[in-house]
Every structure is written in structure tokens, then in C-alpha cells.
Design a binder for this molecule. Structure first.
Ligand SMILES: *Cc1c(COP(=O)(O)O)cnc(C)c1O
Length: 364
């Protein structure tokens, strides 16, 4: 990575045409996920002489020339984090610097420019302050923030783009599970892998998701919700879901998550749970776990709970693992450890518990 780039200077142009209050109230009453966006966005442009035109401005479509590089070669990365409104009305985000640091690593892998972490955090602060009225309140609602960066140069040659756009948009999000936490069913993909050694699995690039979609489709066809991917070499080691990391709870009370191998995404939720579970006295191991250990462990009673984790769905119990010719069931109800970890994380995020690790960042 190059020497730290200078921080961006943001200018502000507020919208003269905000979404009418009644419409916004309607959206906030039933936000869903990823379909409604706030009044503003942040954009900035990079060229080889540095970042410029950093701006908070009215939310609007981007005009893209058909030869814009990202449309052809997918040089694109993104992040995802949430702003939470507390009962006292204040607004906080969870570990935004960790997302900024991960975006730096993603950018380095995808030959995209370095965006200073402080500028990443400032972009989020500007957007959330301008659109504070869009942060829902109550239950497990939040304002989902989507920073992303892509090759915006108009050029069909294959090389790292010399013009790049950074953008942050925001979308009110409802509780992921409208009717309480429901265990999800997982399909074990045998035809497809998500990430290979030396590939892009450890970074949040758009192409990882594109490549996971047919496996996801296969999961749906088999009556499942999500896909579990194995390692690409031995097809033996459990890696993660298409967009969530995995945790296993053992009968002896220890908790295991697959160790980071370079092809597993370094989830901030995953990382936070390692700390939170240890705080609560659990023994947490990061090690390889084979698909046979999962199947046999559930059958023998050694593995009592399995859950997935990520920003969008927080902590999600896994009820069933199915594959071509078989399945094991972890149970139709969320397990006690899953529920405890889930509550512990949400309590920090919504300010109901002490923030012992300094994870929360106040914005408004
Ligand atoms: C984003 C993502 C996760 C979860 O990361 P968080 O930082 O916890 O939201 C897990 N796996 C993949 C593949 C992801 O893209």
C-alpha cells in the first residue's frame, strides 16, 4: 500500500427537493431492505493526481458511458454498515473505522486507489447527519449505509482504471426477520466454490457476489435460503455463506469459527463475536472445520447450534444443512447460545449495554 493519501475535502450541496415528509414516514414505517434511499449521497472522484470533487449532494442517478470500465471488468468493491437510533434519539454507527480499513484492503486487492479511513468515516458522518431524519427508530431498525468504489473511467483496455468513483448511499432497513428470529436452511454447494487461494474471497468485491448467484439459485430450488461454500482445493473445509460468516457451538460450550485462510471474508460481525463471546466466558477457537465434522457433530450431539453472522442479518440461526442426497437438522428454534450472542451484539449496537471495546461512534 502506498503512503497515506491526504484526507478529502468535502463540499455540501443540500437537496432543494427532498422526499415529502409523508412519503418518508411511510417508508420508515415499513422500510424493508435496499429499496428506498435517502435524500443525499456522497461522491468523490479519483484520478492519478489524487481524490477531488468530494461532495455531499442530492441523491441522483449516475450517468455512465456504455464504455465505463466497471461495466466490463467489474473493478468494484463495497462496504456495508449500519447507523442505529437509540431510545434517546442519538444516532451511532458500529465500528466504522473497521469498514474503512477493510475497504483499504479490498481496494489494494482490486487495484483501486487508497481512500483514507478518516475520509471514509467523514463521508458517513456527513451523509447520516444530512439524512438523520431517515434513521428509523424502534425494534431492530437501522439506516443501512453502502459505501462503494468502482472504475468509472471510459476505457475498454484492460488495466487498473485511471478514473475511479467513490460513493456512499443510505437506505432505511427494517428488522431482518419481521416475525422474530427464524432459523434459515442452508444448501451445501458441491458444484460451485466461492473463492480460491490467491483469489478475491477475502475482500468485498462485487464479483464475488456475481459468482455466488447461481449457487444461491440452486439453494432456493432445493428449498433453502442460503448457500454454504467449501474450500476450492479439497472441497472439504467449511468456509462461509455467500454473504455471512459461520459459527459452531459445541456441547462442551466452546465456540468455533472457520479460521481466516485468505479465501474467507473478514467479517466485522465475525470479529466482534470472537471478542463478545470471550467476554462472556466462552472459549472461542478459530480453526478449520470440515464438512464431515459439521455433519457428524450434529448427528452425535457434539455440535448443538450453528449460526451465521453479518451486518445485515446480525446473527442468524441455521436450522438445517441440506446437500444432494441428505440433510442434518440443528433444530427449528434458535439455540440459547445463538440468542445470547445475538442479544449481546444488538445491546451494544443500540446502546443498551456498556460499550466496553469502544466500538460505537456517535454521529448525531
Ligand atoms: C460482508 C460479508 C460478510 C459479513 O461481513 P460483516 O462485516 O460482518 O458485515 C461475510 N461474508 C461475505 C462474503 C461478505 O461479503
Amino acid at each position: 500500500m502506498t503512503a497515506t493519501a491526504p484526507a478529502l475535502e468535502f463540499s455540501t450541496t443540500l437537496t432543494s427537493n427532498p422526499v415529502p415528509v409523508e412519503r418518508r414516514s411511510q417508508v420508515l414505517a415499513n422500510p424493508g431492505f435496499g429499496t428506498n434511499f435517502t435524500d443525499h449521497m456522497v461522491t468523490a472522484t479519483w484520478t492519478p493526481d489524487g481524490w477531488h470533487d468530494a461532495e455531499l449532494r442530492p441523491y441522483a442517478p449516475l450517468a455512465l458511458d456504455p464504455a465505463t470500465a466497471v461495466l466490463h471488468y467489474a473493478q468494484a468493491i463495497f462496504e456495508g454498515l449500519k447507523a442505529y437510533r437509540r431510545d434517546d434519539g442519538s444516532i451511532w454507527v458500529f465500528r466504522p473505522r473497521a469498514n474503512g480499513e477493510r475497504m483499504l484492503r479490498s481496494a489494494a486487492r482490486m487495484a483501486l486507489p487508497e481512500l483514507p479511513v478518516e475520509s471514509f468515516v467523514e463521508a458517513i458522518e456527513l451523509l447520516v447527519r444530512a439524512d438523520a431524519d431517515w434513521v428509523p427508530s424502534g425494534g431492530e431498525t437501522s439506516l443501512y449505509l453502502r459505501p462503494f468504489m468502482f472504475a468509472s473511467e471510459v476505457f475498454l483496455g484492460v488495466r487498473p482504471a485511471k478514473q475511479v468513483t467513490f460513493c456512499v448511499i443510505a437506505s432505511p432497513a427494517g428488522a431482518y426477520f419481521a416475525s422474530g428470529v427464524q432459523p434459515v436452511d442452508i444448501w451445501l454447494s458441491s458444484d460451485y466454490t466461492r473463492a480460491a487461494p490467491g483469489g478475491t474471497g477475502a475482500v468485498k468485491c462485487a464479483g464475488n457476489y456475481a459468482a455466488s448467484l447461481v449457487a444461491q439459485q440452486e439453494a432456493i430450488e432445493h428449498g433453502c435460503d442460503q448457500v454454504c461454500f467449501l474450500d476450492a482445493v479439497e472441497r472439504k473445509w467449511v468456509e462461509e455463506l455467500g454473504g455471512m460468516n459461520l459459527y459452531f457451538v459445541h456441547a462442551n460450550g466452546s465456540i468455533v469459527t472457520p479460521e481466516l485462510t485468505g479465501s474467507i471474508l473478514e467479517g466485522i460481525t465475525r470479529d466482534s463475536i470472537i471478542t463478545l463471546a470471550a467476554d462472556r466466558g466462552y472459549k472461542v477457537d478459530e480453526r478449520r472445520i470440515s464438512i464431515d465434522e459439521w455433519r457428524d457433530g450434529v448427528a452425535s450431539g457434539d455440535i448443538t447450534e450453528v449460526f451465521a453472522c453479518g451486518t445485515a442479518a446480525v446473527v442468524t440461526p441455521i436450522g438445517r444443512l441440506a446437500w444432494e442426497g441428505g440433510e442434518v437438522s440443528m433444530g427449528a428454534e434458535p439455540g440459547p447460545v445463538t440468542q445470547e450472542i445475538r442479544a449481546a451484539l444488538l445491546d451494544v449496537q443500540y446502546g443498551r449495554a456498556d460499550d466496553a471495546h469502544g466500538w460505537m461512534h456517535r454521529i448525531a
